[in-house]
Design a protein around this ligand. Structure first.
Ligand SMILES: [Zn+2]
Length: 101
């Protein structure tokens, strides 16, 4: 899938992600939070991956965190990324507790 002059693959939107993408367009980071185990998690889904509760909701993240891991990509994973290397892929441990790619 392409859009405008952006010629790299785009995510295939799933309904669970609608709120996330809506807030991302407003430059806000929102994560799912479980009110039973009081943990944030990413990626969005209705059931908590920690305790399997459905008592979950969206919560705004500060976006602050610590770099957990990174890799400098020198060879694009697909031809669509071949002209966009090198780039950094990373995982951030958000202060909210979730790891965010
Ligand atoms: Zn939970």
């Amino acid at each position: 899938m392409t859009s405008g002059t952006y010629n790299r693959p785009l995510p295939n939107p799933q309904p669970e992600w609608d709120y996330y993408w809506e807030k991302t367009k407003a430059h806000e980071l929102w994560l799912m939070r479980c009110d039973d185990c009081n943990r944030h998690y990413f990626y969005p889904r209705a059931i908590c991956p920690n305790c399997f509760s459905r008592n979950t909701r969206w919560a705004r993240s500060s976006g602050r965190g610590t770099l957990h891991a990174f890799s400098i990509v020198h060879r694009g994973p697909t031809p669509a990324f071949a002209d966009h290397v090198p780039y950094v892929a990373c995982i951030v441990e958000l202060e909210d507790g979730a790891r965010f790619p």
